[in-house]
Each structure stands twice: as structure tokens, then as C-alpha cells.
Design a protein around this ligand. Structure first.
Ligand SMILES: Cc1cc2nc3c(=O)[nH]c(=O)nc-3n(C[C@H](O)[C@H](O)[C@H](O)COP(=O)(O)OP(=O)(O)OC[C@H]3O[C@@H](n4cnc5c(N)ncnc54)[C@H](O)[C@@H]3O)c2cc1C
Length: 574
């Protein structure tokens, strides 16, 4: 059975739903999601969304722009960042009008809190810029947008797993999807397809990301010949719950939480004398791991303490309830009385599918658009986060560029007809799936996945070097060979998660190789990409975006310029 819609949105996180809302009433729009929509990872966002509202203290979009550019280690495209920060207050009021129950100041204004790297007066001191709904901001925003979609009868293909993009004479014209409840594989046709498939944190062993964050959309675009931009920039959040990696949001430090080593020292005073615990994430993660390397981890082990005990029970219960409950449930620790053990955890990918500021996917270093294909959210790279994202700038990115993608798709398809597609695309994917089911090899996806995750933690995390990256690439290439021997033992049609996980593993291996190779070729340290053998930023050679192109021999790295408008690169100190 073939189905047709004007616009197909792959992904029901905040980026996808915001794009869908923009198309309501003016185009026939459908959303495809491998998980039930409200289980999308956006629902896990705790801390908030940034906007220079100035509700708690003076703030300006120009300061937000400066902080984001500096946070990106000058790799973010400043034209795109300016669009985002200028649009931010509108985004917040729009969410409020849709029904998001933001926390309030005593006067009834939307409350704001501190977050790492957000300052006033161009870096002089921290500013309260993150609008939040306690520590459940993503949850309430996702539910609100889902509500909007339901009210307007947006068609949802829930628990549908997209297997492939379909192209007709170089124009993206739909997708092939596996309907998990029935096991049917079908073609969904469209005049425009938006990838809003989220991040890929699950390629690392220690991560704050949920099980669905396997990078499918990026890999699907890459398989279709689209390059991937700035993939070496993987963010490690400083405070993952030790040893699980579950996130303890920066909101905890925004509300006054302090990091301490085994001597009880506030060690961030040494690494970021001005903003201390509220420095950007890459800086804090490196500081924690340096403390651990220099044997100042708690009890000589590989974690430090996040101390909330001085905040008092009332503040913790009111503003950090979810974070406190995670510590209680998973570690049996009550943060009201005891410090929380934390270590850096893989959190966010700054790179992704290259797009223009309206979500159009760019197919080469000359920025030629790929007709019919759009991307938004964590799977995309506009690029507003450059080499390091500031906290609470992701939800803003999703909402600003999700909306702009919706607007662009509506405009771009106005004169388009549905392409007449061949059944060949469908049968090609069908035979790929059958091939995987029929494979008689001896390998299990689960063991390859575990090895991949360990390789990525060992060679591709916070500290990197030439030797380790080369070893990592070799190990991943070997795992890719073994992947060819994977056997799926469940041959059932409906809800065949063993099959889905095997397909996801293929995507993860592809992206692992791209990340390590992009990292190997950037011989400098910038933002989240820290090379022990090249510990300085080298603007002369590397103030440019990397683009990894697929070739039969593996990724080929080329580069394109960064857009600089207002702020020339400077030394980045906090
Ligand atoms: C624990 C945690 C807390 C965070 N807190 C904050 C915060 O406070 N503020 C902030 O700004 N950022 C925060 N972030 C980052 C932010 O939440 C994410 O970057 C963002 O939610 C990603 O949204 P998205 O719409 O791009 O994708 P997601 O919300 O991840 O949604 C991806 C969608 O794609 C679908 N999908 C994927 N692959 C397929 C496929 N093959 N077929 C069909 N569907 C598919 C999934 O089903 C899902 O619906 C946090 C991240 C984490 C992990």
C-alpha cells in the first residue's frame, strides 16, 4: 500500500512537531516516528530554553549572540546564530500561548535561571536566561505541541521505522517505512521530507541519551550521498550520574550547585575564575577529568561530587525535583543531605546534516540544496552550536529552525506535483531487510554494539590523540566487517525489535567511523574536540567546517568556510 502526503516529517521530537504545527491547515502533513511521539527524546530535556527576556535581570539578544559564538569556539555560523537569538523571545511567548506552564517569578513573569556560558555584558558575569518549567521543560513543551497536532488532526505514523529515503531524479520524494505493529514495509510518498530524527549519543557506552538516539536520520542522509558536517564535535555533559551516565541537568549548578573534588575544593575556581561552575560544558568536562587524572577524584576514583546540600530541601523540591528523584531512585542518595557523584557523559552532537537557515539540506561544500530534503533539530547542523553547544540553546534551535523548515517546505512545494515513483525503491529496501533476516552469520548485534560503545569511549571522547583515533578507526572498521555476519534470530514480522536494533547498529557504525575520521583530520583543539597532541586552537588552518562525504573507501573529509559577521575569533576564557 502506498500513501501520499504533501509533507512528511520523520521524527516527533520538538523539531519535528514544531515544523508540523507550522504547516497546519496549509498542507497535508504527516509525522512518522519509530517511538510513540511523546516518548521522543525531547521529553527528557530538563533545564530550559534560553531567551534574553530580561525577566530577572537586564539581558540583551546581543549578549546571547556573543555568548553563543564564544561558546561555539567561533565555529558557529554567526548569521544563523543571530536569527536564533533574535527570535528567542517570540518562541517563548508562543509556547506560553500554546499552554506551556512555565515556572514564574513572584511577580508572575516567566522565571529564568542561570546556565553555563550565558553571561551579561559580554562575559562579565552569569545571567539568568533559561526559561523553564521546573526541571521538566522538554516534557511539557513536547506534550503541548503534540496536543496542538492532535487538535488539528495531523496524521501520525507512530511506531513506524524509516528504512530508507526515496529519490526520484535527484529529488527526495518519500521514504520506505517498516510499520512495527503489522510488519508491513511500505512506501510513503511526499513532495518534501524533513529529517528531525534527533542525536546519536547511543554510540557511546556512557550517555545521557535514550535508546532511540541512534543517529538513523544522519546515516540515511549520508547513505544517500549527503555529506555530514562537523561530526568531530561531540559534547560530553559534565554531570552524568556516576556510574550510569543519566543526566543531572546543569539546572542544578544554575540553581547554585557546586562541584567539589576529594579535598572538598571548588576546583572550577582554578579553571574558570570568572564564572566558575557556570563555565561552558567542554571546559567543565575537561576540568573534571583533569581532577580525576590528577587523583583528586572522590576516593581516588573516576568521579567528583556535585554538592546541592547548601540549597535546602525547599529549593531542591521546588526547582530540582526530578534531578533529586533520579539520585534517590538510581543511587539511593538524597541530594538534600549528600553530594551526588558525577562524571562526564556523552550528551549531544553539534554536527549533523548540513542545512541552510530554512532547513534545506545542502549537498556539497558549495551549499547546493538537495531538492525535496530538509533537516532540523539535533540531526541537523545549521550551524548554531559550532564546536560546543551552550546549555538550553538546543530546545531554542529546535523551535526556531523547526518552524523555519515548516515555512520553507510550505513555500517550496506550492507548485510541485507528486512524482510518479517506481515500485523499485520499495522492492530494493524489502530485499535488503530480507537479506538481513536471511543472513546466516555467527555474530550478534548486541556484542558488536557493546564493543563499538567501548571503542568510542576509549578513543573518541573528551581527550583524543592521533594514535588513539587511528586505533579507534581500525577497530570500528573491523566491527563493520563483522556486522556483515550478523544473524537476526527473530524472524517474526510484528514488533521485530531485534531486526530494528540490527539496522540501527549499521547506522551507528557508519557514524562512529565518520566521527573518528573527522576528529583525526582536525589537528587542533576547539570546543568539545580536544587533541592532546594539538592542544591549541589553530584558526589559521581550521577555522572551517568539516564535511564528511561518503565514498566506497570510507569518509572523505573536505571543508567549507565559517560565516563570521560581528565577532572575530578571540581567546576563549571564562
Ligand atoms: C537528558 C537530556 C536533557 C536535556 N535537556 C536539555 C535542556 O534542558 N535544554 C536544551 O536546550 N536541550 C536539552 N537537551 C538536548 C535536547 O533535548 C535534544 O537535543 C533535543 O530534544 C533533540 O530533539 P529532536 O527534535 O532533534 O529529536 P528527538 O526529540 O530526539 O526526537 C527524534 C525523533 O525521531 C524519531 N526517529 C529517529 N529515527 C527514526 C527512524 N529511523 N524512523 C522513524 N522515526 C525515527 C524518533 O522516534 C523521535 O520521534 C537535553 C538532552 C538530554 C539527553
Amino acid at each position: 500500500m502506498n500513501l501520499k502526503h504533501d509533507i512528511l516529517i520523520i521524527g516527533a521530537g520538538l523539531a519535528g512537531l514544531r515544523a508540523a504545527v507550522e504547516c497546519l491547515g496549509q498542507a497535508d502533513v504527516a509525522v512518522v516516528s519509530k517511538v510513540f511521539p511523546t516518548r521522543s527524546h525531547s521529553g527528557a530535556a530538563q533545564g530550559g530554553i534560553t531567551a534574553a527576556l530580561g525577566n530577572e535581570e537586564e539581558d540583551r539578544w546581543e549578549w546571547h549572540l556573543f555568548d553563543t559564538v564564544k561558546g561555539s569556539d567561533y565555529l558557529g555560523d554567526q548569521d544563523a546564530i543571530e536569527i536564533m537569538v533574535r527570535d528567542a523571545p517570540r518562541v517563548i511567548y508562543e509556547l506560553e500561548h500554546m499552554g506551556v506552564p512555565f515556572s514564574r517569578t513572584p511577580e508572575g513573569k516567566i522565571a529564568q535561571r542561570n546556565f553555563g556560558g550565558h553571561t551579561r555584558d559580554y562575559g562579565k558575569r552569569p545571567v539568568k536566561r533559561a526559561c523553564h518549567a521546573a526541571d521538566r521543560t522538554g516534557r511539557v513543551a513536547l506534550d503541548t505541541l503534540y496536543d496542538q497536532c492532535l487538535c488539528h488532526q495531523v496524521k501520525f505514523y507512530s511506531e513506524n521505522y524509516v528504512l530508507s529515503l526515496v529519490f526520484d531524479r535527484k529529488k527526495c520524494s518519500g521514504v520506505v517505512a517498516y510499520d512495527l505493529p503489522t510488519g508491513e514495509i511500505r512506501l510513503l510518498q511526499a513532495k518534501a521530507v524533513l529529517l528531525a530524527t534527533g542525536g546519536c549519543g547511543r554510540i557511546y557506552k556512557t550517555t545521557s541519551n535514550g535508546f532511540a538516539s541512534t543517529g538513523d536520520g544522519m546515516s540515511l542522509a549520508y547513505q544517500a550521498g549527503v555529506p555530514l558536517e562537523d561530526m568531530e564535535f561531540v559534547q560530553f555533559h559534565p554531570t552524568g550520574l556516576y556510574p550510569l551516565g543519566i543526566l543531572v541537568s546543569e539546572a542544578a549548578r544554575g540553581e547554585g550547585g557546586l562541584l567539589r573534588n576529594r579535598l572538598g575544593e571548588r576546583f572550577m575556581e582554578r579553571y574558570a575564575p570568572t564564572v566558575k561552575d557556570l563555565a561552558a560544558r567542554d571546559v567543565v568536562s575537561r576540568a573534571i577529568l583533569t581532577e580525576i587524572r590528577e587523583r583528586r577524584g572522590i576516593g581516588g576514583r573516576d568521579y567528583v561530587h556535585l554538592d546541592l546540600t547548601h540549597l535546602g530541601e525547599e529549593k531542591i523540591e521546588e526547582r530540582l525535583w526530578e534531578i533529586a528523584s533520579f539520585a534517590r531512585i538510581y543511587l539511593g542518595i538524597d541530594p538534600v543531605y549528600d553530594p551526588i557523584p558525577v562524571q562526564p557523559t556523552c550528551h549531544y552532537l553539534m554536527g549533523g546534516i548540513p542545512t541552510d537557515v530554512d532547513g534545506r539540506v545542502l549537498g556539497d561544500e558549495k551549499s547546493s540544496p538537495v531538492p525535496g530534503l530538509y533537516a532540523a533539530g539535533e540531526c541537523a547542523c545549521v550551524s548554531v552550536h559550532g564546536a560546543n553547544r551552550l546549555g538550553c540553546n538546543s530546545l531554542l534551535d529546535l523551535l526556531v529552525f523547526g518552524r523555519r523548515s515548516g515555512l520553507a517546505m510550505k513555500r517550496d512545494i506550492s507548485k510541485d506535483e507528486y512524482p510518479i515513483l517506481s515500485e523499485e525503491s520499495l522492492s530494493n529496501v524489502g530485499s535488503k531487510v530480507r537479506g538481513l533476516l536471511d543472513q546466516q552469520g555467527r555474530e550478534k548485534s548486541d556484542s558488536i554494539r557493546k564493543e563499538m560503545q567501548a571503542v568510542m569511549v576509549q578513543y573518541g571522547s573528551v581527550f583524543r590523540n592521533d594514535e588513539g583515533l587511528k586505533k579507534g578507526i581500525e577497530a570500528i572498521r573491523f566491527l563493520k566487517e563483522r556486522y556483515g555476519e550478523v544473524r537476526v534470530s527473530d524472524h517474526g514480522k510484528a514488533f521485530n525489535y531485534e531486526l530494528v536494533e540490527a539496522i540501527e547498529l549499521g547506522h551507528q557504525l557508519e557514524l562512529s567511523e565518520v566521527i573518528l575520521l573527522s576528529a583525526l583530520q582536525r589537528r587542533e583543539s576547539r570546543g568539545a574536540h580536544w587533541r592532546e597532541d594539538f592542544p591549541r586552537r589553530a584558526d589559521r588552518y581550521y577555522l572551517k567546517h568539516s564535511l564528511a562525504f561518503p565514498t566506497p573507501k570510507g569518509p572523505e573529509i573536505r571543508y567549507k568556510p565559517v560565516k563570521i559577521t560581528k565577532f572575530q575569533p578571540e581567546a576563549r576564557v571564562y
